[in-house]
Design a protein around this ligand. Structure first.
Ligand code: GLN
Length: 454
């Protein structure tokens, strides 16, 4: 009830939740109480969560932040949310997001912007973005509306909003969580993961979310370790890599300083700091912005006015007219831009020059990491190149927005786990995050390093 009251008080201003399911949640919480009384409590019994509105939830509207899915009520539940429910979690609502998870600001949502609960010391009225695309999830946790939330991360959409909102968030290894029932953006990059106030809480949530699922052929058939236990492991003797290519031009001094501070903390805890090179890191951003839109243009072909959500047709419409009207009315400007870029890079005559080349560079980026793992056990880097920015500060320039993802997209291209840990404040009092990357399926080391920094 305290969390429901927080939602009632804060959501009208913060707009973190598109749909609030408070009544349903209170009923579920009562059932949790009864289970607890019978000694049958699950690991998440009664824990209030928000679910990014990209996860299909049976009987509860799922919009993906788009007008084209307005009113879409899925007849089935995503595997990740089904597992959270199985373990006792209670869902308080569906969290706002950039339309189809495309963005780093939450400004592209058809359901309005989300306000970051933090504010600048010297300019408290500036409307700061929570980051994106999982901005509603991160803001809901930061504002204490819920104890945790789900997100998805295709190029940074868990790690960047976690950093902007001063909380923890992890994108696990590609294949760790099932993508079944999650609205697809770029299928070879998309992964689900949790947000919470602490690294350990993320570990607890991830254990419930992860696991093999026969309904997603890319989900890995691997045992799910006790991630929370890994949070208390010592980092003594671990080799922590510092990629020299991540010292990018124009990085604010406070981010360089925080990064050095994080390395000092790990050194003090007994870790060894090793400089490494990821020679193709500089190509990650352009590679991502070819691969992700290409896959998106294909995935979004299904929104045609026939099967899901919005149908914008005149009585006399033929099929083509129905498609055109529905897609013109249903998709916002950023989604259209991605569909056009994706269609272009996949088209005959351009495929070899763009898509195929991007796939080759993606392989080189993954190879850089494989070589790095022979020298180090984890990598420490900034999560973002800045603290939360205000609405309007570059947000109308798409390329400027894409630059926000410079430190995050590599993990998706290589399929690696990445954890964003709140690590300090900038001179305006805004949170800054550090990012821990690890070997595929070695989230345990990532959690140990993250907990040591936190
Ligand atoms: N900002 C990136 C994009 O717009 C990443 C989004 C995501 O991870 N879903 O594509």
């Amino acid at each position: 009830r305290a969390h429901v009251a927080a939602i009632e008080a804060l959501n009208p201003k913060i707009n973190a939740l598109i749909t609030v399911t408070a009544e349903h949640a209170i009923e579920a919480a009562r059932a949790s109480d009864a289970k607890r009384a019978r000694g049958e409590a699950g690991p998440l019994e009664g824990i209030p969560l928000a679910i990014k509105d990209l996860f299909c939830t049976e009987g509860v509207q799922t919009t993906a932040g788009s007008k084209i899915l307005d009113g879409f009520i899925p007849p089935y539940e995503s595997t990740v949310t089904a597992q959270l429910k199985r373990d006792g979690a209670v869902f308080l609502g569906k969290a706002n997001l950039d339309e189809f998870a495309m963005g780093s600001s939450n400004l592209t949502s058809a359901y309005g912007a989300v306000l970051n609960p933090w504010s600048r010391r010297n300019d408290p009225d500036a409307r700061l973005v929570p980051g994106g695309s999982s901005g509603g999830s991160a803001a809901a946790v930061a504002a204490r509306m819920v104890l945790g939330a789900t997100g998805t991360d295709t190029g940074g959409s868990i790690r960047q909003p976690a950093a902007f909102c001063g909380i923890a968030g992890i994108k696990p290894t590609y294949g760790r969580c099932s993508r079944f029932g999650i609205v697809a953006y770029a299928s070879s990059l998309d992964q689900a993961g949790p947000f919470a106030r602490t690294v350990e809480d993320c570990a607890v949530l991830l254990r419930s979310m992860a696991g093999h699922d026969p309904k997603d052929s890319t989900s890995a058939d691997r045992a799910v370790p006790d991630f929370a236990a890994a949070c208390t492991r010592s980092v003594k003797g671990l080799r922590i890599g510092v990629p020299k290519e991540y010292h990018i031009d124009g990085m604010p001094a406070e981010i360089e300083k925080l990064w050095r501070q994080g390395l000092d903390w790990l050194r003090d805890a007994g870790a060894e700091i090793v400089e490494i090179s990821l020679p193709h890191a500089g190509y990650a951003l352009p590679t991502y912005y070819i691969v992700a839109p290409a896959e998106a243009s294909s995935n979004l072909a299904r929104y045609d006015g026939v099967r899901f959500g919005l149908r914008a047709a005149e009585k006399e419409s033929d099929l083509r007219d129905l498609y055109e009207r529905t897609r013109a009315a249903g998709f916002g400007p950023e989604v259209r831009r991605r569909i056009m870029i994706g269609t272009y890079v996949l088209s005959a005559g351009y495929y070899d020059a763009y898509y195929l080349k991007a796939q080759k560079v993606r392989a080189l980026i993954a190879r850089d990491f494989r070589e790095a793992w022979s020298k180090v056990d984890a990598i420490l880097a900034p999560a973002t190149p800045s603290a939360a920015f205000a609405e309007g500060e570059g947000s109308d320039d798409p390329v400027q927005m894409y630059l926000n993802d410079v430190f995050t997209v590599t993990a998706n291209l290589a399929g690696l786990p990445g954890l964003s840990v709140p690590a300090g404040l900038d001179p305006q009092g805004l949170p800054l995050g550090l990012q821990v990357l690890g070997r595929p399926f070695d989230e345990e080391t990532v959690f140990a390093v993250g907990a040591a920094i936190e």
